[in-house]
Design a protein around this ligand. Structure first.
Ligand SMILES: C[S@@+](CC[C@H](N)C(=O)[O-])C[C@H]1O[C@@H](n2cnc3c(N)ncnc32)[C@H](O)[C@@H]1O
Length: 256
C-alpha cells in the first residue's frame, strides 16, 4: 500500500469512522467537522474577498459544509477534495439533497497528489493540514494550483515550540498529527512562493469556540454515556489549548 492508502485507511477507520463523523457533526453543526461550524465558515469565506463566479478549491472538504456555503451564498464554483472515503460518500449524498451539483464537484483524493496548474482563484481549507507531514510539498502543490494573485486561506491546529508536556506529546502521536508552530508555517508558506502572508494566532478564539461546543454537547439529545465521552474529549481539548501547547492559526497568503 502507498502512504496515501495507509493514511486513508487510518482516517476512515479511526478519527473519521462513520460514527465519529456523526459525533463531530452533532457538535459542529450540520455538514461541518471543524471548529466554529457554519458561522465561522461564513466569516472566513468572506475573508477570501473573491467575486461571484470565482473558482475555489476546498482542500479536505469533509462533509461539504463550506463548499455548499460558497456555492449557495457566495456564488462560487467549488471543487472539494478529501482523502476519507467516508467523508466523500456522506458529502456526495448531502450535495445531491442540496441540488447544487452544477456548482460543486466533490472528489475522493489526496491533496498531496494535486496536479492542477493555475486553476483556482482561491484555495480554502479548514483544519486539514494537521494530517499532513510534508508541508513543503503541500504548499508547492497549492501554489501551483492557484492562478497568479490567487488567494489561500486556511485554519489549522498548531503547537508551541518543544519541549511539550507528556500528555500533549501522547495526544499528537496518538492522532498521528503533524503540527507546526505558527512561525514554522509562515516560513514553509513563504518558501513555496506565496507573498502577503498573514499569520494570526487564534488560540483564544479556539478556546471560546470550545466553551461554546461544551454548551452544545450538554444540550444534545443522545445517550448519557456518549454525551459524557464527548464532554471528556472536549474538556481535554480545552485543557491542551489553555496549557499553551495546542495553538490554532488562521493563515492567508497570495500567489505571486
Ligand atoms: C477536521 S476534518 C475538516 C473537514 C472540513 N474541512 C470541515 O471544515 O468540516 C479534516 C479533513 O481533512 C481530510 N484530509 C486529511 N488528509 C487529507 C489529504 N491528504 N488530502 C485531502 N484531504 C485530507 C480528512 O479526511 C478530513 O475530512
Amino acid at each position: 500500500m502507498t502512504v496515501a492508502e495507509v493514511t486513508q485507511v487510518f482516517l476512515d477507520s479511526e478519527q473519521y469512522s462513520s460514527n465519529s463523523i456523526l459525533n463531530y457533526e452533532a457538535v459542529y453543526g450540520e455538514d461541518f467537522v471543524s471548529p466554529g461550524g457554519r458561522t465561522l465558515a461564513r466569516e472566513l469565506i468572506a475573508r477570501l474577498r473573491l467575486k461571484q463566479g470565482a473558482k475555489v478549491l476546498d482542500v479536505g472538504c469533509g462533509l461539504g459544509g463550506s463548499a455548499f456555503l460558497m456555492a449557495r451564498e457566495f456564488g462560487f464554483r467549488v471543487d472539494g477534495i478529501d482523502l476519507s472515503a467516508n467523508m466523500i460518500e456522506m458529502a456526495r449524498s448531502k450535495l445531491k439533497a442540496h441540488k447544487i451539483e452544477d456548482r460543486v464537484c466533490l472528489e475522493l483524493g489526496n491533496c498531496l497528489e494535486l496536479n492542477r496548474q493555475r486553476s483556482y482563484d482561491g484555495i480554502y481549507s479548514r483544519d486539514v493540514f494537521l494530517h499532513i507531514q510534508d508541508k513543503a510539498r503541500l504548499f508547492k502543490k497549492l501554489h501551483n494550483a492557484l492562478k497568479p494573485q490567487g488567494r489561500l486561506l486556511f485554519t489549522d491546529y498548531c503547537c508551541s515550540e518543544k519541549p511539550w508536556s507528556e500528555d500533549f506529546s501522547r495526544y499528537v502521536e496518538g492522532r498521528s498529527y503533524f503540527l507546526n508552530t505558527l512561525p514554522e508555517y509562515t516560513e514553509v508558506i513563504s518558501d513555496a512562493g506565496f507573498c502577503d502572508i498573514q499569520c494570526n494566532d487564534w488560540t483564544d478564539r479556539f478556546i471560546d469556540i470550545l466553551h461554546g461546543d461544551l454548551h452544545t454537547i450538554s444540550g444534545l439529545e443522545i445517550e448519557q454515556a456518549a454525551k459524557q465521552k464527548l464532554k471528556l474529549g472536549w474538556r481535554e481539548k480545552l485543557a491542551r489549548a489553555e496549557s499553551g501547547f495546542h495553538k490554532w492559526g488562521l493563515f492567508t497568503a497570495i500567489r505571486r
